[in-house]
Write a protein that binds this ligand. Structure first.
Ligand SMILES: [Zn+2]
Length: 304
């Protein structure tokens, strides 16, 4: 079964924290053992906000891509999903563009970003983060960047974005926004999780939601089990979301997770659990990876 993961911070671990690649949570071996065909690797802006050198950090993370030892898809995607571990790139924190469309195109040319989380946890030139409570929406540069992203076939990723920014995107983005690594706020109340209205809006637009494995987003007390992953998946499916659901593990960016799901080798156990709970095989395949593959292919078809 094709398994895809919409988010991890492994490039930050290697490129910025200087962790040895073989000591990362995500390694080629573990991806293969877990049956992961497509791993999204984020260029993560870290703690910069509008200060510092997120741009240089972005370049430093691109420079260590070969150390992943996972082949990267930098051209248009093949017709069929990859059978062995393959990577794509995303961005988490648009401050690395420094308010410049040229910088965005520079990163596109160097790394073919497939999705961009417009903010991380700080205000930047694009908008405001979910953590912080700001009620203002996207900034003028945010709308300008969004037009360029739509034209380039790049999805806006609303994980980390504040609600006003989310609804601006829903109004203005041509390509349906995605949430690469967020869970259900009505099951675990943190601003990083999505409200029911947000989940419904993503379902209506046929976007994508990647379930985050961070225990603090899965369970209010931060002690999560695989059953909590199931609870969040059930909850989104109850709203009609089985065609937009997938995984956004957040591996190498989280410090707590359900037992048995601390690295990519845990994916088969999640899928087994869903199977035991009566999820039909076709739905399993969609959640495991085909839903993410669909939005990626649609993004390419949309590109002008
Ligand atoms: Zn994140």
């Amino acid at each position: 079964m094709f398994i895809a993961d919409a988010h991890c911070d492994t490039l930050y671990e290697i490129g910025i924290c200087h962790t040895a690649p073989e000591r990362c949570v995500i390694t080629p071996d573990k991806l293969e053992k877990g049956g992961v065909g497509l791993q999204t690797f984020a260029l993560f802006a870290g703690k910069h906000g509008t200060e510092g050198t997120a741009y240089q950090d972005g370049l430093d993370m691109l420079a260590v891509v070969p150390q992943l030892k996972v082949p990267l898809l930098l051209d248009d995607l093949p017709d069929a999903p990859p059978a062995t571990p393959t990577g794509i790139l995303s961005c988490e924190g648009g401050e690395m563009f420094e308010g410049s469309i040229e910088r965005f195109h520079e990163f596109m040319a160097r790394g073919r970003l497939r999705m961009i989380a417009l903010t991380w946890n700080f205000e930047n030139e694009i908008g405001y983060p979910a953590l912080g409570g700001e009620k203002k929406g996207l900034k003028p540069f945010g709308f300008e960047l969004l037009r360029e992203m739509d034209a380039a076939g790049v999805r806006a990723d609303v994980s980390h974005l504040n609600e006003a920014g989310f609804w601006d995107l829903m109004d203005r983005a041509e390509l349906a926004p995605i949430a690469s690594h967020s869970d259900c706020r009505w099951l675990c109340d943190t601003p990083r999780n999505l409200t029911k209205d947000q989940v419904r809006a993503i379902i209506d637009r046929n976007g994508f939601i990647g379930i985050n494995f961070y225990a603090n987003f899965l369970h209010p007390e931060g002690k999560a089990t695989l059953d909590d992953v199931l609870r969040h998946i059930d909850a989104i499916c109850e709203l009609g979301g089985e065609r937009v659901l997938g995984f956004g593990s957040d591996f190498d960016g989280i410090d707590s997770w359900p037992d048995g799901l601390g690295d990519p080798t845990g994916f088969p156990a999640v899928l087994d659990l869903l199977r035991r709970h009566g999820y039909p095989e076709e739905t399993l395949q969609n959640i495991a990876g085909l839903n993410l593959w669909r939005v990626l292919k649609e993004s390419e078809a949309h590109r002008r």
